[in-house]
Ligand binder design. Structure first.
Ligand code: ADP
Ligand code: MG
Length: 698
């Protein structure tokens, strides 16, 4: 996308506007307003209705109103905070104006017999209804003041910049809107007509100066066509930019991996289970993509436990059969190690060499791993963030997988991708997530990806029963742990992050482990947290996996990926502090075997209404998509997508939940524009996204 041009009317702050000097420009910059366009897109946060003079008798405390009356009397109390009290009367009643600071102009204006128009919020004071420091104007027969024809906008403001000044300069900008060529209509007129949307100019005029007869609630809920018009344009710009990136992406070259299938046949026949239909379908989708000479960019969504790992391994086999390397990155050491264990168990019998790399692999071991990666001996490379560090050089990496992608930032994925970029090809990419992305978000943020869904769990799983239990009933919970272990089951006990400091969290988990061991002397208790060294973690995980440990106390390090089918009870402390998706992930560690599993959510009194509602969602459903949708409604998209950079989610006027009804129209319009109106792609995306969008996706 093109860089911002200097001094074009739309993008420069060459405000040839009355009222904008250096000082005001500085204040505006703090609001991120650098141009006339920014100014016009600085939309009101709310409105005031000053279009009607209200009768005093009809007023209620809390109303923000215009009144007119005649001053009856003035008093200037000598004690108390009030410095000046003014009694104002209209034909219907009396109201007091209260001032805590008295400036000379007040004393000059406020004289018995003067007629005034006041605007403020009405309160109930000691003497009856009153206004505190109202805005006011004197009315004289010679100088009648017209009543406002429009609702009054209230803008997001900043210190040193009053509403009055903002209104004035935005009003000036509106007056010269026609002189700004780039602020002219970008969207094709037939499109606007087909959706009954107004032009940009009409829309901006309307939102800054709504007519007096419009319902305030409609405005506040962004329901007017003028607002919808702006929202539509913004959503459209986002979607078009994603689709545009996708098109560019698809014009790049990648290695087409032929489907040779001899390794995968062998692999499948060794596997102790059959793929589910959903897994087979997704594998086929991936294989087709991989056989094309353009980079795959596919997202695999599958709820916790749906079996994504085996899908990833099958995909990697296709790269290996074609003589290339494949690498898979996971967000935690624990998970990367587990991947390595599983993959080695599955692939070493086929003579495939798997390497593992993380920051805790040091010394000789590291040198060996780096060498095998560099000379191509390691066909599959698994690891953590360590995989994209500078010292890592692959021999011929042509396929990368990011597991639990929502735990990585955009930048990290871009760096990983670079490891597979050669002079003549780009790597294929598969990204996997167990945090389901609600449809609304998927449409807006993953328009550039192809999406596969593993929408079926492997057979033989029994549903998990979830209970919400006050921490005061901890004893009972410990008894349940005891009886589960007695039956040969295993238990997780999670102490989530409650402190800023990692050290303190590990301490909390350590204390809990000690207490539980004391209460359950016959049971073998293990402890795992982020501060242990990789090989220590590995040892503990293996001991738990092999049933040598019965109870595993952990911080949220076990949140993603960990797979021990014999574990059937999950206790989560301070559950009220965790997000829904996180709770769902943690709960997904159990319910992987044939026996009934339990998830016990412990909470601290008192529980807020919101927390209650959230825990109830978790108790009532185990469907990750439903949970994500509820999480989206309760906490907003930024939280649901986790570390996905919030910049990608910041809208100026749109709100994905509120405006989801527009999305199908947006989708349709985007396709038409990409087809018939390529000339508007650039101005449209530049207007709403500026530059920087090109870094957005990898
Ligand atoms: P996730 O999608 O959460 O990453 P995993 O890949 O860890 O899930 O798989 C969860 C468990 O289910 C593992 O023990 C795996 O071996 C097992 N599994 C995967 N696919 C199947 C299947 N088709 N039938 C039975 N078990 C399966
Ligand atoms: Mg997984």
């Amino acid at each position: 996308m093109r860089a911002k041009k200097k001094n074009t009317p739309e993008t420069s702050l060459s405000f040839r506007l009355r009222g904008v000097g250096k000082q005001i420009a500085k204040h505006l910059a703090r609001l991120d307003i650098h141009s006339v366009r920014d100014l016009l897109f600085h939309l009101p946060a709310r409105y005031q209705d000053r279009t009607q003079v209200q009768a005093i008798r009809t007023l209620l405390p809390g109303n923000e109103v215009v009144i007119e009356g005649t001053i009856q009397s003035i008093s200037m109390p000598t004690h108390g905070r009030t410095k000046l009290l003014c009694e104002l009367k209209d034909e219907t009643g009396t109201l007091y104006l209260r001032f805590f600071h008295v400036l000379p102009y007040l004393v000059d204006s406020l004289k018995p017999g003067n007629r005034m128009r006041c605007y403020s919020e009405v309160r109930l004071g000691a003497k009856g209804l009153e206004m505190v420091h109202p805005e006011f104007q004197l009315i004289t027969p010679q100088r009648p003041i017209p009543i406002d024809a429009h609702l009054t906008p209230v803008y997001p403001a900043t210190e040193g910049l009053s509403q009055y000044v903002l209104r004035k300069i935005i009003n000036n900008a509106l007056a010269i809107i026609r002189q700004h060529p780039e602020l002219r209509e970008i969207l094709p007129l037939p499109l606007l007509q087909s959706l009954s949307l107004p032009t940009l100019q009409e829309a901006l005029q309307f939102v800054h100066k709504p007519p007096r007869d419009i319902a305030m609630t409609e405005l506040l809920e962004n329901k007017t066509v003028a607002q919808k018009r702006l929202i539509f344009e913004e959503l459209l710009a986002h979607r078009i930019s994603l689709l545009h990136i996708k098109h560019q992406f698809q014009s790049q070259t990648s290695i087409p991996f032929q489907m040779k299938d001899h390794l995968s046949q062998q692999f499948l026949s060794n596997l102790p289970f059959q793929l589910t239909n959903a897994q087979s379908r997704v594998v086929a989708e991936i294989k087709t993509d991989l056989s094309r000479p353009h980079p795959m960019l596919r997202l695999v969504q599958g709820d916790v436990g749906s079996g994504k790992t085996v899908v990833a391994v099958l995909a990697m086999l296709q790269a290996i059969e074609n003589g290339y390397q494949a690498a898979m990155m996971a967000p935690t050491e624990l998970l990367a190690e587990q991947h390595t264990r599983v993959t080695k168990r599955w692939l070493e019998p086929l003579g495939i060499k798997v390497a593992f790399l993380s920051s805790s692999i040091k010394g000789r071991e590291r040198t060996t791993a780096l060498k095998a990666i560099g000379n191509g001996e390691a066909q599959i490379v698994l690891g953590t963030h360590a995989l994209f560090q500078e010292e890592v050089a692959f021999s011929k990496l042509a396929f990368i997988i990011v597991d639990e992608q929502h735990r990585f930032g955009v930048q990290q994925r871009a760096l990983f991708r670079q490891k597979g970029m050669q002079a003549d090809y780009y790597p294929h990419q598969l990204i996997m997530t167990a945090t389901p992305i609600p449809r609304t978000l998927a449409m807006s943020f993953y328009a550039d990806l192809d999406v596969s869904m593993i929408d079926e769990l492997p057979p033989g799983r029994t549903p998990i029963i979830t209970s919400i239990i006050a921490n005061s009933r901890r004893e009972e919970v410990i008894e349940r742990v005891r009886s589960a272990c007695r039956e040969g089951r295993q238990v997780y006990w999670v102490c989530p992050l409650i402190e800023e400091s990692e050290a303190l969290n590990c301490q909390a988990a350590t204390n809990t482990a000690e207490q539980l061991q004391a209460a359950l002397p016959e049971i073998k208790v293990g402890l795992i947290h982020g501060r242990l060294r990789a090989n220590e973690k590995d040892k503990i995980m293996q001991a738990f996996q092999q049933g040598e440990l019965h109870l595993l106390v952990a911080t949220t390090v076990i949140e993603v990926g960990v797979d021990v089918p014999n574990a059937s009870v999950m206790v989560i402390e301070n559950a009220e502090r965790l997000g829904l998706s996180q709770l769902h992930q943690l709960r997904g560690r159990v319910g992987r075997g044939k026996v009934a599993s339990y998830c016990l959510l412990l909470y601290q009194h008192p529980l807020s209404e919101l927390a209650k509602a959230r825990l109830a969602v978790i108790r009532e459903t185990t469907d990750g998509f439903q949970i994500a949708q509820r999480d989206l409604e309760l906490r907003g998209p930024g939280e649901v997508l986790g570390t996905r950079q919030t910049g990608e989610l910041s809208f100026r006027v749109a709100d994905l939940i509120r405006d989801s009804d527009l999305l199908p129209h947006v989708q349709h319009a985007a396709e038409r524009i990409l087809h018939d109106h390529v000339d508007i792609i650039e101005p449209l995306t530049e207007r709403w996204l500026g530059k920087g969008r090109e870094y957005g996706k990898v």
